[in-house]
Design a protein around this ligand. Sequence first.
Ligand SMILES: [Zn+2]
Length: 223
Amino acid sequence: MGALASFWDRLLDLLYPPRCLGCGALNHWLCPACLASCPNTDEPRLVPVDANNASWRLPVYSFTVHQGVAREAVHALKYEGRRVLAGPMARCLADCLPEGYRGARLVLGVPLHDRRRRERGYNQSELLARALAAEAGLPAVSESVRRVRATPPQVGLSARERVDNVRGAFLADERVRGERVLLVDDVCTTGATMAACAAAVAMAGGEVVAGVTFTRARAGADS
Ligand SMILES: [Zn+2]
């Protein structure tokens, strides 16, 4: 099966060789020149998290801003079924994180609600988390946090409305207890989704030490 699968992969590569999403260059999904043209975000965004009668700020790192080829990559992974992009995008995530990822021992993709996951067939954040975990040699535990409440899309909501919209939307189980978790998503806008997820992990006795996303969008921007 493995040999057959890799035969088909090679045949597909011959028939449809990778082409850069940005410039069309052959043999890359995201070529080095297009990636180099993506502006760095430098500092992590500090996202307020409230849980267990405490509040703190979660650093959320992003590879680049939500524009140009990076925005196209997010859309292609999320809406066009281009799962193959998760690998090259995860390498960018690894590059923008600080050395040692603040001691994270587990990598977790922000979960989708089951219904949306079934509609899409996969969760793009989980694909990024698995690829990043493989890159970093860390276990991914995507099933330890569930989205227990379907929430309307965050697009078009204010920062305050986004916080209210996702509050209590996630529930973490005992597998995160005592763990140091790195949270992965495709886009960070206000960070409200990451904050709600980090709160759920904290309530189950774990700690999200950092978040990382491929792009960072402005609130109100179409993501
Ligand atoms: Zn390119």
